[in-house]
Design a protein. Structure first.
Length: 166
């Protein structure tokens, strides 16, 4: 399978499979939204940050979408990181080198995108999505990032918080 086919297949992996969903979410949709959020937080970011935003979950075609709460277990996180790195290397998936600050931004907007996606699901009437919003919000606020990230994230989340604002 070529790199392009692996990426396209990876983009079709379903997200949030551990909770009932009204609207299916995919790695591709998530990755595009993460890239868009990177541009909101850093409009002048390096191309490599956008490449990583688009590629960061492609290896889930092999590992599946592992819930963030599982990734909090260090042994499992290390094993997943190894499997994902091996997949990316074996399939020539671009893996740009990012600075610590760029990694922090990407990790932050990755969590924020999950929060927004789950909030949108909740707004459509799926009460199960509150589990995801609660977990995503808890993880987001525990991150060590510049304070303005939280201000911007809160403003973005507020836009998605209530159904009547849609």
């Amino acid at each position: 399978m070529t790199m392009v086919k692996k990426i396209r297949t990876g983009y079709k992996v379903k997200r949030f499979h551990t909770q009932p969903r009204i609207h299916e979410d995919s790695v591709g949709l998530h990755s595009a939204n993460v890239a868009a959020l990177v541009l909101v937080f850093d409009p002048d970011c390096r191309k490599e940050v956008l490449v990583e935003a688009l590629m960061h979950d492609v290896a889930e075609v092999e590992t599946g979408d592992t819930p963030a709460t599982v990734k909090n277990w260090e042994e499992l996180r290390v094993a997943l990181e190894y499997l994902e790195a091996r997949f990316r290397a074996n399939n020539l998936i671009p893996t740009p080198k990012l600075t610590k600050e760029e990694q922090g931004l990407l990790h932050f907007v990755d969590r924020l995108e999950s929060l927004i996606s789950a909030q949108e699901e909740f707004n459509m009437g799926n009460k199960y999505a509150s589990v995801i919003t609660d977990n995503a919000w808890s993880m987001l606020v525990s991150m060590d990032v510049p304070p303005y990230y939280y201000d911007l994230a809160l403003a973005i989340w507020e836009e998605h918080k209530f159904l009547e604002d849609l």
